[in-house]
Design a protein around this ligand. Structure first.
Ligand code: GDP
Length: 445
């Protein structure tokens, strides 16, 4: 996710990272490169300009100019500004005072609405809610089938109306209205209404969604948009928001080769929070959107919080705390890495999860980690002794050869793993230092 942007920001910051002091010259150069990185990522022009101006203001502050490690201050300024741009704080879904909570899901065709409705149903179910999904995307008969299939997979009831021949009811407003009544009757606490999209914003589509809104008085209107579409996503979001006054935005396809423009521009252009990020076709590939975590991922700091959270689903609390402490104190060794990988196997997409570990993200990208590469890491650590796992630095040439041989791999595979692990630890160190420096960067909270 946002790999190119991450790489370019990283390159821009290299200007100041090694410098003893920030000065006008390296600020100007860095800001120019940061702005170019943002524009290349398809960030709205005005947004990119405001961004660099604000960062510049922060780093030209006297205190920062005098700081011992100006590079870190620069990273922090960019991090804080990214967090602000992405919405500052996480915003939860609205909830009705009296159930059922009605959530209306709108967006263009192909944005990922129906998939998202399935994912959200699963997400809410895991939180103890009892959703009903409503198939109000009535023009594409396959959409009703698709929703029924998804609902069956997540074991959530679906409301649709079909005639005797099995043809879906064409009146979307009626489907939505009756779905809400059905939820009341059957005691479901949330109704998720999947609506019809078109290829482009058009009047008939808007009128229909507006009519569903009027009829069902939703507590939450979510606009779903394909993040891959860049500035178009921002324009579409604006058009939907003008008509519907949405409560939140859902960005989909963040697992793809997304440049980041949509994610970084939507909040300030549309002034509505991003509430969810969808990162894959699998039904568990949905995360709540946290601006600080996203900023850390963009800056290649990994996303320890999401990682730890997912991990907590696998560990008991005590174990999770131990892990967090190890992240902080740098006690994380290869045995821990191995143990995490074992648990990660149960935690969804391997590549996404590894990408959340600080410093591993980029290495994973280069390695193109598929299950094979994962098995390699596993095999390599397995063929190490407990002493070697606890002290990777002690792996000299002959030990590396033995480990490689034991795993049926090459010495360069051992080297790659150790390099990756070293980078990860280095990043953890940077993060724990940043933690001491005031607001926003505290991945353990
Ligand atoms: P709708 O027309 O808005 O209801 O869109 P769909 O839910 O049918 O999704 C359109 C296509 O995008 C389908 O092939 C989905 O599998 C795919 N899709 C949806 N969300 C994601 C995502 O987060 N990542 C990826 N890679 N594909 C997605």
């Amino acid at each position: 996710m946002f790999d190119t942007l991450s790489d370019k920001l990283d390159a821009a910051l290299k200007n100041v990272k090694g410098e003893g002091r920030i000065n006008e010259l390296n600020i100007a150069e860095t800001m120019r490169e940061v702005r170019r990185a943002l524009l290349d990522a398809d960030v709205n022009y005005q947004v990119a300009k405001d961004f660099t101006n604000k960062v510049k203001e922060t780093v030209t502050d006297e205190k920062v100019l005098q700081a011992v490690n100006p590079g870190q201050q620069f990273v922090k300024a960019i991090h804080d500004e990214l967090v602000y741009l992405l919405g500052d704080v996480h915003v939860d879904l609205n909830k009705a005072k009296k159930p059922p909570t009605v959530i209306l899901v709108a967006g263009l065709q192909g944005a990922g609405k129906t998939t998202f409705v399935g994912k959200l149903a699963l997400f809410l179910k895991a939180k103890g809610r009892s959703p009903l999904v409503a198939a109000a995307d009535v023009y594409r008969p396959a959409a009703v089938d698709q929703l029924e299939t998804l609902a069956a997979q997540v074991k959530v009831p679906v409301f649709s109306i079909r005639d005797a021949a099995g043809v879906p009811e064409k009146d979307a407003v009626r489907v939505a209205r009756e779905a809400v009544a059905e939820a009341k009757r059957t005691g479901r606490d949330t109704v998720l209404i999947d609506t019809a999209g078109r290829l482009h914003v058009d009047e008939a589509m808007m009128e229909e969604v507006v009519a569903i809104k009027r009829e069902t008085d939703p507590d939450e209107i979510l606009f779903v948009v394909d993040a891959m579409t860049g500035q178009d996503a921002v324009n579409t979001a604006k058009a939907f928001n003008d008509q519907l006054d949405v409560d939140g935005v859902v960005l989909t396809k963040l697992d793809g080769d997304t440049r980041g423009g949509a994610a970084l521009s939507i909040r300030s252009v549309v002034e509505k929070p991003i509430k969810f990020a969808s990162m894959g076709e699998k039904l568990d590939a949905l995360t709540e959107f946290y601006p600080d975590r996203m900023a850390q991922r963009i800056l290649g700091m990994g996303d320890v919080v999401s990682f730890v959270e997912k991990a907590q689903e696998q560990f008991d609390e005590e174990e999770a705390e131990k892990l967090q402490r190890k992240f902080r104190t740098q006690d994380f060794d290869l045995q821990d890495f191995y143990d995490q990988l074992q648990k990660i196997k149960n935690m969804g997409s391997l590549k996404d999860l590894l990408g959340m570990i600080p410093g591993v993200g980029r290495a994973v990208k280069e390695l193109d980690v598929d299950d094979d590469a994962f098995r390699h890491i596993e095999a390599l650590i397995q063929s190490m002794t407990p002493f070697e796992r606890a002290n990777p630095d002690k792996l000299n040439g002959s030990r590396r050869r033995r480990v490689a041989q034991g795993a049926g791999l090459e010495v360069q595979d051992v080297n790659a793993l150790l390099k990756q692990f070293r980078e990860m630890k280095k990043m953890m160190k940077t993060m724990s230092k940043l933690q001491g420096k005031g607001r926003a960067v505290d991945p353990t909270q």
